[in-house]
Write a new protein. Sequence first.
Length: 157
Amino acid sequence: MAKLKISWKEKLEDDKDLPKVIKINEKMSKRWGRGTCVIPAPREVDEIMSKIPKGKLLTINEIRKILAKKHNASIGCPITTGIFAWVAANVAGEARAEGKKRITPYWRTLKTGGILNEKYPGGIEDQKKLLQEEGHAITQKGKKFVVIDFEKNLAKL
């Protein structure tokens, strides 16, 4: 019997008993230091991304800081936060393709250093176009595309 494919929306809505705060173990501490790490729920990441106003930006690291503060943890999990941002982007991408207007503005969420995310719906070209429509200038650095002076446009959430 074929297994049914789970939609992006179903992935976003499945909290998997998250969020949860865990103690940073010995292996993790080499990279992340000591303390606690919040593993967010997918919807929490989407909620933060959905609040980024037009013309403003956030990086995954900024989202991680917001999550850590919300849950009184030392850090927000870099892996799950990135994965859940990707899931939220795909949910919004599907809704956009259906003609919906009120979607999470995923294109305003950048990787560390203001780098565009090639895994978002439509790839780099689509994210670049949407950001340029909001007044952001983009340059190519090696194989990566970066929003020029992205730090000046970080949202205060």
